[in-house]
Design a protein around this ligand. Structure first.
Ligand SMILES: Cc1cc2nc3c(=O)[nH]c(=O)nc-3n(C[C@H](O)[C@H](O)[C@H](O)COP(=O)(O)OP(=O)(O)OC[C@H]3O[C@@H](n4cnc5c(N)ncnc54)[C@H](O)[C@@H]3O)c2cc1C
Length: 314
């Protein structure tokens, strides 16, 4: 059986959906051990063990710094003789993967939406226009996996006792940035955009008012996203931008409202399972990739959809 490492940067009392997906994917490929990017107490390790982790790697004083995390990942990959390392497809995951790959003289594949038993990776390329199957030619495969790429079991597994923890001595890891302060962003109370099962996104067509988009998102329990035109106009935070230079999302349902569907926007959302587009222009390019297209004014369509969802939820 091949050995698979899963990188969990911020272990919490309850693993996130993306973390569960990485563990589930890892367990389908081989024996899984977890590299911990921060301290995890025994209860946290027990929950991760129930998701398939048979061992843990940690190091002293990581303090959220990428350089020692990459050093730990590389050391763990050597110790475990890992065939593959699975990481989240966020900016931290990609940076740790890149740094560890240099130490391991290994290949990195990003934007993965699937990994097969022989470590062939499926990923989307060229701004999401094509899906390709690729393999790394040397070293352990380091692969960053998009959220919502792996189907989870319908029920969380029963918690078992925590698997063994190995603390590695990293020695000197070289220069690293020092974080001098952290300020938390105010929480919207909505799901995280990258992980959400449902996303409602608005573009220039909202004309400065994200109210209808937010109303539908709240009725659905969805995250709110946006096109670059909307974020550049200052109508919503840049963190909501979806696309080539924004976030990549792959929810089960993506509702696009008042967004034309430029290639750079499609790059961030076209792997969504179902795409519903609301646009007043019947020739808008977004309709080419929509499973359901509604030609209409979003200020009329979205509130009606939200009201109907609320009515059905009772
Ligand atoms: C290098 C580069 C990177 C980029 N990266 C990104 C990126 O990451 N993400 C991104 O989104 N864009 C990105 N862009 C910009 C992209 O090319 C488009 O300009 C942008 O996506 C357009 O945003 P939009 O669809 O909201 O606006 P528009 O193209 O202006 O479309 C607005 C749409 O709203 C419709 N509309 C208007 N009023 C209503 C109404 N009342 N009801 C319903 N529909 C209505 C219109 O018919 C129109 O289709 C990038 C561009 C470049 C060059």
């Amino acid at each position: 059986m091949q050995n698979i490492l899963v990188y969990i940067q911020a272990p919490g009392a309850t693993p996130t959906k993306s973390q569960c997906e990485l563990l589930t994917l890892g367990a389908s490929l081989g024996e899984v051990r977890v590299v911990l990017g921060a301290h995890a107490d025994e209860a946290t390790r027990a929950v991760l063990s129930s998701w398939g982790a048979t061992g843990f790697y940690a190091a002293e004083a990581l303090e959220g710094h990428i350089a020692p995390e990459a050093a730990l990942l590389a050391a763990a990959a050597k110790d475990f003789k890992a065939a593959a390392v699975l990481l989240p497809n966020d900016s931290a995951g990609r940076e740790v993967a890149a740094r560890a790959a240099i130490k391991l003289d290994a290949g990195v594949i990003t934007d993965a939406i699937g990994v097969e038993q022989d470590l062939t990776v499926t990923k989307s390329v060229l701004a999401g226009s094509y899906t390709v199957r690729v393999k790394a030619t040397r070293g352990p495969l380091l692969v960053t996996v998009k959220p919502n790429s792996v189907e989870l079991p319908s029920e969380a597994p029963a918690t078992i006792s925590a698997a063994a923890l190995s603390t590695l001595d990293l020695g000197e890891v070289g220069p690293m940035a020092v974080i001098t302060g952290v300020s938390e962003r105010a929480s919207s109370g909505r799901p995280d955009l990258s992980e959400a099962r449902f996303v409602v996104a608005g573009g220039r067509g909202v004309d400065g008012d994200f109210g209808p988009v937010e109303e539908l998102a709240d009725a659905l329990g969805a995250a709110v996203g946006a096109s670059r035109a909307a974020t550049d106009a200052g109508w919503i935070d840049h963190g909501a931008q979806i696309g080539q230079t924004g976030k990549t999302v792959s929810p089960q349902l993506y509702i696009s409202a008042g967004i034309s569907g430029a290639i750079q926007q499609k790059a961030g959302m076209q792997t969504s399972t179902y795409i519903v587009a609301v646009n007043s222009d019947p020739d808008a390019p977004v309709f080419e990739i929509a499973d359901l297209g509604i030609v209409g004014d979003l200020t009329r369509v979205l509130p009606q959809a939200a009201a109907e969802i609320r009515r059905r939820k009772g």
